[in-house]
Design a protein around this ligand. Structure first.
Ligand code: COD
Ligand code: ZN
Ligand code: ZN
Length: 397
């Protein structure tokens, strides 16, 4: 029976209050209006910004269905939708690409004005309304994506069609973490052949920066982290050496400058701390270095540096979503993945059934990135056994 045009009742993780666990609820998902797309989510990653919502450091109206790093299949489309059709595999885009605004027309910039990244977030689709209800109450959207739900509705410019053969439990990371890091190297910094790079923070996003530096032909990639357990994987991904600031008495930027003939060509801050943003800037060469801010500190904090640090010729920059125009670039990145240009496996610590979302967040807080799958379901008689399903049952009204 077709679900198109009907309200779908399905499972979602609703955040009713900050600093509280997600509650797995039955929600109603309204059909897509004109220029909207309803997607059956197959897999969703858990990203740091989702945790910032839980912690209250990314102010969002509540109750909310968070989640913004996912992959799924189009269930139905609203009037006027032309770029995707039911059955297409897709990735929702938390940074939209309307194609019409000043930023979309700018050759380099990517933060389309239709984004919902301002503070506080609006928590609706473009027409200002919502498609979710739970226990009779409307529920807010998150970054136009809301992927912690079996079904979600997005605006057409917030979804990209991808290769029909792509493994959704992997390519979901192209919806945020991987692309944010990889693009910071290849697109934002534009790392050059034979260059020296320093990457501060060796979590999943930092590893993606390393992959980007390697693909771009960097000769040396210096990984920096206070957790030495992160070094082995960073080296596997292409770091040529790894150091911990805790092993030195002098500031880490001085150590890196000595290692790199006065400073690296490209540096990246992938932690989200003010002190490491300044260290990353200062370890780049004072006349030709480029330093990229990838992390965002929770809350509203201010940076401070002496203007002379930039006057000598350094470049300090940042970008959301790796600087990529989302709707154009996501299908190409998926194609690169399918052509084995890079691997996503090292970024995924666990694949968990969707119901284990709160455990996934605990794992994130211990430095492990999980992917939640809607295709893993509890065995009816053995609660500790989870089975892969080809289809997830839903109720249609
Ligand atoms: N010095 C060196 N390393 C440190 C320090 C320190 N003082 N403190 C922490 N670290 C290391 C940790 O040991 C850890 O290995 C690493 O830094 C951080 O890794 P994770 O796993 O916590 O983080 P990631 O890789 O998942 O994500 C990092 C970001 C900073 C990119 C992320 O948290 C963030 O700020 N995202 C927002 C940016 C953005 O683009 N948002 C849009 C949608 S998400
Ligand atoms: Zn994210
Ligand atoms: Zn736009």
């Amino acid at each position: 029976m077709s679900t198109a045009g009907k309200v779908i009742k399905c499972k979602a993780a609703v955040l009713w209050d900050i600093k509280k666990p997600f509650s797995i609820e039955e929600v109603e998902v309204a059909p897509p209006k004109a220029h909207e797309v309803r997607i059956k989510i197959v897999a969703t990653g858990i990203c740091r910004s989702d945790d910032h919502v839980v912690q209250g450091t990314l102010p969002t109206p509540l109750p909310v269905i968070a989640g913004h790093e996912a992959a799924g299949i189009v269930e139905s489309i609203g009037e006027g939708v032309t770029t995707v059709k039911p059955g297409d595999k897709v990735i929702p885009l938390f940074t939209p690409q309307c194609g019409k605004c000043r930023i979309c027309k700018h050759p380099e910039s990517n933060l389309c004005v239709k984004n919902d990244l301002q503070s506080p977030l609006q928590g609706t689709l473009q027409d200002g309304s919502r498609r979710f209800t739970c226990r009779g109450k409307p529920v807010y959207h998150f970054l136009g994506t809301s992927t912690f739900s079996q079904y979600t509705v997005v605006d057409e410019f917030s979804v990209a069609k991808i290769d029909a053969a792509s493994p959704l439990e992997k390519v979901c990371l192209i919806g945020c973490g991987f692309t944010t890091g990889y693009g910071s190297a290849v697109k934002v910094a534009k790392v050059t052949q034979g260059s020296t790079c320093a990457v501060f923070g060796l979590g999943g996003v930092g590893l993606s920066v390393i992959m980007g530096c390697k693909v771009a032909g960097a000769a040396r990639i210096i990984g920096v982290d206070i957790n030495r357990d992160k070094f082995a994987k960073a080296k596997e991904m292409g770091a040529t050496e790894c150091i911990s600031p805790q092993d030195y008495t002098k500031p880490i930027e001085e150590v890196i400058k000595e290692m790199s003939d006065g400073g690296v060509d490209f540096s990246f801050e992938v932690i989200g701390r003010l002190d490491t943003m300044v260290s990353a800037l200062l370890c780049s060469h004072d006349s030709c270095g480029v330093s990229v801010i990838v992390g965002v500190p929770p809350g509203s904090e201010q940076l401070s540096v002496h203007p002379f640090e930039l006057l000598t010729g350094r470049t300090w920059k940042g970008a959301i979503f790796g600087g990529y125009k989302s709707k154009d670039s996501v299908p190409k990145l998926v194609a690169d993945f399918m052509n084995k240009k890079f691997s996503l496996d090292p970024l995924i610590s666990n694949v968990l059934p969707f119901e284990k979302i709160n455990e996934g967040f605990d794992l994130l807080r211990s430095g492990k990135r999980s992917v939640l799958s809607f295709f893993l379901c509890m065995h009816p008689y053995h609660p500790n056994i989870w089975e892969r399903l080809d289809a997830v049952p839903v109720t249609v009204f």
